[in-house]
Design a protein around this ligand. Sequence first.
Ligand code: ATP
Length: 303
Amino acid sequence: MVTHGLTRRFGSLTAVDHLDLEVPRSRVYGFLGPNGCGKSTTIRMLCGLLLPTEGDIRVLDLEIPRQAETLKRRIGYMTQSFSLYRDLSVTENLQFVANLFGLDRARTRRRLDELVQTYRLESLTAQLAGTLSGGQKQRLALAAAVLNEPELLFLDEPTSAVDPQSRRDFWAELFRLTEAGTTLLVSTHYMDEAERCHQLAILQEGRLMREGSPEQLKADLGALPLLVETDRPHAAELALADLPGVLSSAQIGATLRVLVDAEDTREPVTDRLRTQGIEARVSTTDPNLEDVFVAATQGGHRT
Ligand SMILES: Nc1ncnc2c1ncn2[C@@H]1O[C@H](COP(=O)(O)OP(=O)(O)OP(=O)(O)O)[C@@H](O)[C@H]1O
């Protein structure tokens, strides 16, 4: 999947701003970004559901939006909100989706049997979808999204409504799909989910800020994370707030994680804490994706 200069405007707002993307096959590609950065708008254009204002899109070697009808049969799409019928049972929902895709009876029966088993819905087939738990609804939504055995699956913030264990299970299912050859495009604002993607695009205000594997992005951070161990983390945070070169800081338990622009800023950090009478031990630490995200989206500005 490739885009060139992909742009979408809503009136005076540019929701997606000249995106150049290349998504490899059989991989999990993640869109990471804050609310409103254009993740859903991009996904909707890639699926052929929304027209771009400018730019070119090729998905599964089809030109989009011109060949969007052909594409629809080859992709799956799962949105953040539960989009199935609450007053139909699990089986009825899956049958309904199978009809939409025009699956014949034999294939419908085979797929329903497989999916109910894969997504652990056997004991729930007669239950109304509206009465399922969050994790069960999510498994049903995924079953519906892959019913037509899509080559490419779009998942727009798929785990926003489920607990951490269900999220881990869900990701195990996603990896099983990639092993079977499916390409996955997932949007998220959870760092732990982003960490699992093979390749990531970090978006802000519709623009691509960084792209690469989580390991590459961390290696190319272009900033230095520091750990400040102190009995007074909050006071330390305040003391460092206006120090030039400090990009962000976050209290994690008793320590303060501080992202600075370069090694040169380490000494001023130590000096500032000392002059303010805050006893602290300052050490460097390994970058994480949150650091990458902060460095990418703050572009050197202080919080
Ligand atoms: N149909 C629309 N009409 C007007 N503005 C829109 C429309 N759809 C999206 N937007 C705006 O475009 C911007 C990007 O929205 P989008 O839903 O793509 O962001 P997102 O990154 O998916 O956010 P979230 O994580 O909250 O879903 C937002 O400012 C949103 O208000």
